[in-house]
Design a protein around this ligand. Structure first.
Ligand SMILES: Nc1nc2c(c(=O)[nH]1)N[C@H]1C(S)=C(S)[C@@H](COP(=O)(O)O)O[C@H]1N2
Ligand SMILES: [Mo]
Length: 467
């Protein structure tokens, strides 16, 4: 530390340098795809944040949307900025060495060298400013500018945080001319291990899907090569393990893509292959017994409701696996490998379920808002249990003492949720509606269990008050 510079202006210089370094880092990340140290730090922290106990705590504090993750990400970014600011107090040699060592733990070469040199450059660029009292003012302006930049940057994050608790949309409301029960892609829930701005942005011209490991002829496909293969369109419901009872982390889309089984038959399976491993551009990994590919109906999809996948839903290609939770089905797919033994998935590494099977789910979507006593209306909702058909749905209007059988709509696809409804005339006063579904004749369990490490279970209730 320079004896003539006041600690305050040294700290200010450190702050300006840190924000500048982060801004350069984010630009390198966006333009060159270079790894960002605080992102790498955040990713390794999810090993801890992602364990079920920690996750339940984050859900309870921030809701089950992206809120908790964004808050954790901001905290890591502030820790990174704060760390660099403090490093500025250590003098150029020490600060540079520590920047190098810390970033070398997080990201691969040569980026730690780039960061260390950038640190050194910012140190000397701001050094004379702290000596000259007249130029200290300039530093104050720069640091207020940096603070504004940080504040401005956090506004979209805060907006996402506060928007994460909106009431679920009714699956019965038709949107954009789609049939009732089909979710518009823009309304499909979004879940990712990443922060949305840092999700992969893949170039459809250069992107390729590689198939390797225990196959007879390893090869890769471009997007147009996949699109030239026989296309399959299938209505399928996607359900997230984090969805609470009655929650909206579930949606039903008409997907289009290719049959993975047909693709595998094209490349040929070597004897001894038992597992499929999926690898995605964000480092996400999942696996599935090969048997399930041949018995089930696994799709690699590039379109949703007739349009290209949106970036946040996995552009250009994602996996769909019947009877499994969303976590088993990677987005932004880049590589598929066949192997003799199991590769543990990204969330399973963090103590979540390895198999990722669905639990029977049912939800009351309507009525919504104020309702009038004595006016006939309809209770409506959805039920889902993968390829197991929903055979019956029952609704209780009296706090689970008696049950009425709801009307169950025919399923349009063996992979889609089922719509159900029940005519109802509300009486005066508060009423509690509860739903339970039967899948292949078996009643949905009443046990109320929070999600993680398996999916949540229990019946969904809705309290209504008549006006
Ligand atoms: N590459 C990748 N694929 C992923 C994830 C991810 O973080 N990375 N999240 C999974 C989870 S937990 C779910 S529920 C679904 C969500 O898909 P959606 O956001 O399109 O609804 O994607 C799955 N596939
Ligand atoms: Mo999920």
């Amino acid at each position: 530390m320079n004896p003539r510079a006041s600690p305050v202006s040294t700290l200010l210089a450190g702050f300006v340098g840190a924000v500048g370094l982060s801004a350069v880092g984010v630009s390198m990340r966006v333009l060159l795809g270079a790894p960002l140290p605080f992102e790498a730090l955040f990713n390794s922290l999810t090993q801890f944040l992602g364990t079920p106990a920690m996750f339940q705590f984050v859900h309870a504090t921030f809701g089950y949307g992206q809120g908790g993750k964004i808050a954790a990400f901001v905290a890591v970014m502030l820790a990174w900025l704060g760390g660099l600011t403090l490093l500025r107090l250590l003098g150029p040699t020490f600060g540079t060495a520590i920047t190098f060592l810390v970033t070398a733990l997080l990201i691969p070469m040569p980026y730690p060298i780039v960061y260390a040199l950038l640190f050194l450059a910012s140190h000397f660029a701001l050094q004379p400013v702290t000596h000259d009292p007249r130029r200290r003012n300039a530093l104050r302006w720069l640091s207020s500018g940096s603070a504004l930049l940080l504040l401005g940057g956090s506004v979209p994050l805060l907006r996402t945080l506060s928007g994460s608790s909106t009431a679920p949309k009714s699956a019965w409301t038709p949107v954009d001319g789609l049939p009732i029960g089909v979710t518009a892609q823009k309304n499909l829930y979004y879940v990712s291990k990443n922060i949305e701005v840092l999700d992969p942005q893949l170039n459809p011209e250069t992107w390729r899907l590689e198939i390797g490991g225990l196959v007879k002829s390893p090869r890769s496909f471009s997007l147009s090569e996949l699109q030239a293969l026989p296309a399959v369109t299938s209505e399928r419901t996607l359900h997230c393990i984090s969805n609470p009872v009655g929650g909206d982390l579930i949606g039903n889309i008409r997907w289009t893509g290719v049959s993975f089984k047909a693709l595998l038959e094209g490349v040929g399976v070597q004897p001894g292959a038992r597992w499929v491993t999926w690898r995605a551009a964000d480092g996400y990994v999942e696996s599935l017994p090969l048997r399930d590919v041949f018995e089930g109906d696994v799709l690699l999809v590039y379109a949703a409701n007739g349009a290209a996948l949106e970036r946040k839903h996995g552009f250009p290609l994602r996996v769909l696996i019947p009877d499994r939770l969303g976590m088993k089905q990677p987005k932004w797919l880049t590589r598929i490998e066949l192997s003799a033994s199991e590769v543990i998935g990204y969330w399973a590494e963090r103590d979540w379920t390895r198999t990722g099977y669905l639990e029977t789910f049912s939800r009351i979507d309507e009525p919504r808002g104020a309702i009038a006593a004595g006016v006939p209306q309809t209770i409506r909702g959805v039920a889902f249990s993968g390829t197991k058909a929903i055979t019956r749905v029952e609704v209780s209007l009296d706090g689970q003492r008696t049950w009425l059988e709801a009307r169950v709509e025919p399923r349009r696809s063996p992979h889609a949720w089922t719509l159900w409804s029940l005519p109802w005339t509300p009486i005066v006063g508060p009423q509690r509606l509860t739903v339970r579904a039967y899948a292949a004749g078996v009643m949905q369990t009443a046990t109320q269990r929070e999600s993680l490490p398996e999916a949540a279970t229990g019946w969904h209730s809705l309290d209504v008050v008549t006006a």
